[in-house]
Structure formats: structure tokens, C-alpha cells
Design a protein around this ligand. Structure first.
Ligand code: HEC
Length: 97
């Protein structure tokens, strides 16, 4: 019962963050990361103290780089969705570049 409420609440939150990100689909980005991006590191890398990503531009570049490293074959739209998810969940850079 409690678990259902938490899942529903996080779903609503994802929807909201997705909407505020414009066209990018944050929920899809989360699914893509879960499917393709956990082979070498888990999500702790996004909040590590010495992280290497310091701007939205860095994040975009890094996701593209790791897409190749992972052989994930993301489309440009997929990359935007993943960037949106990672930014809204972990990095929280302002949306405007
Ligand atoms: C082949 C192994 C590998 C896979 C698979 C991989 N990564 Fe990475 N990723 C790395 C390594 C290694 C680093 C750390 C690089 C460094 O410290 O210089 C990293 C770092 C990152 C960072 C930066 C973390 C920081 O310090 O802020 C992001 C963002 C990231 N990966 C996203 C992704 C995404 C999205 C995917 C799925 C497409 C993915 N990674 C899949 C190897 C991988």
C-alpha cells in the first residue's frame, strides 16, 4: 500500500519535471539510463564530490561520450531525454544554456 503511494508520487514528480523540461521526456530518460547506463557505474557517480560535469553543456557532452562507450545507440532525442533526467534528478543546472 505504502509502496503504491510512493510510486504514484514519484510518477507525478517525474511528470512535472518532464513538463518543466519542455520537449524532453524525463521519464523516458530515466528508463534509458536504467536499461543502458548501469554497466560501468551506478547513479552515485552523478553526485560524487569530484564530479567532472559542471554545466549543462558538459553533461550533454558526457552523455554523448558515454552513449558511445556503452554502445547504447541513443538517438539525439534519447540523449536529450537522458540529459533532462540526469539534470533534473542530480545536477540541477539552470535550464537555459
Ligand atoms: C563503458 C563504461 C561506461 C558506460 C557503459 C557508461 N559510462 Fe558514464 N562514465 C564512465 C566512466 C569511466 C566515467 C568517469 C570518467 C572520469 O572520471 O573521467 C563516467 C562518467 C559519467 C558521467 C559524469 C559523472 C560526473 O563526474 O559528473 C555521466 C553523466 C555519465 N557517465 C553518464 C552515462 C550515461 C548516461 C551512460 C549510458 C549511456 C553511461 N554513463 C554509461 C563509463 C561508462
Amino acid at each position: 500500500m505504502k509502496r503504491h503511494i510512493i510510486i504514484a508520487a514519484s510518477g507525478a514528480l517525474l511528470l512535472l519535471t518532464g513538463l518543466s523540461a519542455g520537449a524532453a521526456d524525463t521519464a523516458k530518460g530515466k528508463a534509458l539510463v536504467g536499461e543502458r547506463c548501469t554497466g560501468c557505474h551506478d547513479d552515485r557517480i552523478y553526485t560524487r564530490p569530484n564530479r567532472i560535469v559542471h554545466s549543462l553543456r558538459d553533461l550533454h557532452g558526457r552523455v554523448k561520450f558515454c552513449d558511445s562507450a556503452a554502445n547504447a545507440g541513443f538517438s539525439d532525442g534519447d540523449i536529450d531525454d537522458v540529459v533532462s533526467f540526469l539534470n533534473h534528478t542530480y545536477y540541477k543546472f539552470p535550464d537555459a544554456q
